[in-house]
Design a protein around this ligand. Sequence first.
Ligand code: MN3
Length: 200
Amino acid sequence: MAFTLPALPYAFNALEPHIDARTMEIHHGKHHNAYVTNLNNAVVGKPEENLSIEEICKNISKYPMVVRNNGGGHYNHSLFWQIMGPNAGGKPTGALADAIQGTFGSFEEFQKQFNAAATSRFGSGWAWLVKEGSGKLVISSTPNQDNPLMDIADVKGTPILGLDVWEHAYYLHYQNRRPDYCTAFWNVINWSEVSKRFSA
Ligand code: MN3
């Protein structure tokens, strides 16, 4: 198979109480796994089965919707697991902290704008912190499993932080309270991983 489900880099319960173990288990083992399976089924025997998921996303307009939805789902969740972790939260440091300060004025203002993007996304989708080609930071939001790497995205660039606001990401614990889930997310952000992506 061209694409494989990456192992979760921590235990299912590692993000509690902010994200519960059952949600993590279903989200990784069922939802992400299904994106990988469906993506593999869609690309088998085609040239794109030899491409990286990043290359596929960058040219997503060339592929059918099944690849866009499931390829996006695979890329987005692979990023999502990495940018969270136990013993996380707090604030970024170094160059990323400086860039956030320079772009948004303060970390608190950045949080406010990111939460606004996450809570106002209608239906299913993602909120992103994106590093544009120029190196500038920008907040965006995409529907469904689209992402900023995709050539169809309104805001294009490299996603360095992403928040899944599909109901499957929070409904068991938070039900309809998406804003509470978005607030809790700040406690599990692995800033060293986000910084690594920013500096790459
Ligand atoms: Mn999800």
